[in-house]
Design a protein around this ligand. Structure first.
Ligand code: PEP
Ligand code: MN
Length: 360
């Protein structure tokens, strides 16, 4: 517990308002671009300026970053605006260069968190320093991989840690570039309540129009901050053009976002209930998603039944499902009556979908 308390203190030590806002372009492109965006952000709520210098690209041939040269531009942005600066480091050489250029906060990218060997090398390069490090979730939805990276830094005596939730890749296409899987971040928050948790809505969204709503959900879930990709000319950005917003939009968003921190007598009660309600909203959303997926499979079966001329209603199969679900429900403290009613409703909807297919 003692140690966990220490983790959050680095945020306070920087005297940052809650929530912490990190903004800046996906990539540093030119000196002029870096300085221009930093100056536009100077008087915003963003206290930390971000820019990628070494860009991990999923496929080769895309812009791979300007390299160490960009660190000089960021240093200049820091001097001119007073903002702190942060960049992604992906190997010990990056760490050395970033430290040499007084980068205030380092972040570990999603493609690095997946690799315990590289995480360990970076943690060793930072051993014993008080440099704050923010660890992005791994690209795949694996909580222990994320926790493992936190632990590697922690055991290397790098104690000023935080995590960034940037979503998870999925094979099937969804409305997100990276699926949020809120539950996973909420689980991490429950395991380490004092580890600062920051949302990167930009890489979750992959597009501009849902960044505000994602950020609001994060604040409702008691996240500690936001990292939002911001560019003066998003459409012409050299990387991640579709998801970047302008500094003006960022300023508008931070004005409009509700920080559901209640003050006054029953503040704690209200804060807790708001957080729990948002958790329910997230789970309800997942329920609908999963029912939608189930219905797609049901429709696949409907098409097969049509092809092979098989009746829609298969009572034996339905009763088998029910029996199994009643037993599983019991383990979760769900009554038999509830399971029966719920599956009756699901089954009826499934039959409707299949009849629709067979009759058309
Ligand atoms: C980035 O922040 O620009 C980036 C490359 O992020 P991620 O590691 O989350 O893909
Ligand atoms: Mn990016």
């Amino acid at each position: 517990m003692e140690n966990k308390k220490q983790l959050r203190n680095w945020l306070d030590a920087f005297n940052l308002e809650h929530p912490l806002v990190i903004a800046g372009p996906c990539s540093a492109e030119t000196e002029q671009q870096v300085l221009h965006i930093a100056h536009q952000l100077k008087d915003s709520d963003a206290t930390v300026f971000r820019a990628g210098i070494w860009k991990p690209r999923t496929r080769p041939g895309n812009f791979e970053g300007v390299g160490a040269l960009g660190l000089k531009w960021m240093q200049k942005a820091k001097e001119e605006t007073g903002m702190m600066i942060t960049t992604e480091v992906a190997n010990p050489n990056h760490v050395e260069l970033a430290l040499k250029h007084d980068v205030d906060i380092l972040w570990i990218g999603a493609r690095t968190t997946v690799s315990p060997f590289i995480v360990q090398e970076i943690a060793d390069a930072l051993r014993g320093t008080d440099k704050p490090v923010l660890i992005k979730n791994p690209v795949n939805p694996d909580l222990s991989l994320w926790l493992g990276a936190v632990e590697r830094f922690y055991t290397a005596d790098v104690k000023n840690l935080g995590v960034i939730h940037r979503g998870f890749s999925t094979y099937e296409k969804t409305r997100y570039r990276n699926n949020p899987e809120w539950q996973l971040a909420v689980d991490l928050q429950n395991r380490f309540p004092d580890l600062p948790l920051i949302l990167d809505p930009s890489h979750i969204a992959g597009r501009r129009d849902i960044i505000f709503d994602l950020s609001q959900t994060a604040l409702d879930l008691n996240y500690d901050g936001l990292m939002i990709e911001t560019h003066h000319d998003p459409d012409n950005a050299w990387s991640d053009a579709a998801q970047q917003i302008t500094p003006d939009t960022l300023i508008k968003y931070t004005e409009d976002l509700r920080i559901r921190k209640e003050v006054g007598e029953d503040a704690e009660f209200k804060n807790n209930i708001n957080t729990l309600r948002t958790k329910i909203d997230v789970i309800d959303h997942q329920l609908i998603e999963i029912l939608g997926k189930r219905m797609q499979v049901v429709e696949g079966i409907g098409a097969l039944k049509k092809k092979h001329n098989v009746a829609v209603l298969q009572n034996k199969r339905y009763n088998e499902i029910l029996g199994k679900m009643i037993l599983e429900g019991e383990e979760k403290n769900l009554s038999e009556e509830f399971i029966l009613r719920m599956f009756k409703a699901i089954h009826q909807e499934s039959i409707n979908h299949q009849e629709e297919i067979i009759n058309h």
